[in-house]
Design a protein. Sequence first.
Lengths: 324, 44
Amino acid sequence: MSKIKKEKKVRVVPIGMGILVFCVAFAAGMVSKFAITPSWSKEYSPAWSDEIGTLKTDIPYGDGEANLFDLYLPKDNTKEDYGLVVYLHAGGFTSGDKAGDREMLSWLCSKGYVAAGINYTLRTETNNASVLTQSNEIKTAIPEVIAAAKEAGYYIDKMTVAGGSAGHALAMIYAYRDGAEAPVPVVFTFGGVGPSSFYQEDWGIFGLDQSDEACAGLFSVMAGVEISPEEVADGSYLEKVKPIAAAEWVSTNPVPTVAAYGTHDKVQPYLASLRLKSALEENHVDFKYIEFPHSGHGLQNDGALSRQWMEAVDEYLDKYMPVK
Amino acid sequence: MSIHTKRIIILVAIAAVAFVLGRLAVRAVMNLLLGGTLFGGNFL
């Protein structure tokens, strides 16, 4: 009897209650990781409303099912001309949708720009879509976006092209490779974690540096051309991947750039981003390359640098495409 | 100190540790998928 009394005395917290509190708090901690966003980020992610402007969705630009774009037109339609910002969605070239960037596009529109999100044909198991065909679709879309804005009463005089991950890659390809042929000057490009070069030795994250066959396979799919293991071995594959390697085109159209990369990226190789940095330096481009030393492809572990990145984007937009 | 106060203190401590571990668990999973370090940067 006295023993039982003694046990009850020392058990201040019943085990069941302790486990319950642990589980609830653990789950709350997990949810909070997604639910709590830093206060500074709210400035860059306004909810879309009629107070910001007018949104026209799913405007076609080609024959493909995915060839659609959304146009965000600022409320003030009295200006003589406007800057256009095209933002291309992420998704590894195989998934994603322009609707996923609504906050970013709303922010750009709230700043007074005409903003556009463009869908492109995604790679599936049954089609031959590649980074090359996707980049060509974007090239086709831009004049249509500018024409649609003009039709709505917004004359475009210059543009910025941007994106995240796969969208960043396509944005850089347009800016550096196709920018000189754009209907209006491309004055700035920004984005994060987009693959910009395709050197076998850089792609160790997928083991491509160990296998010419694997390298030929992946680069063939991405470039939309047949690349053999022999071409990988002798280096001639580089000419075949050049059309999708943005870093190789910086000298063609050296556009001011803000880019962010994670040093631990497991999806696109960090080493490839260093080649972009070198190309920007060699071509004396006005650029900011922001390295996230604790993050991977999601730039997820360096909050202070995320803020620095968005402030740099804001600064370069004001510098190269000021809202009149 | 009453047993009630002790209980509250212990439960708050358990909750705080569990909350941090919950956030770290998400970070670990994200790092597994995307790459990244478990510590450093914005720690939580």
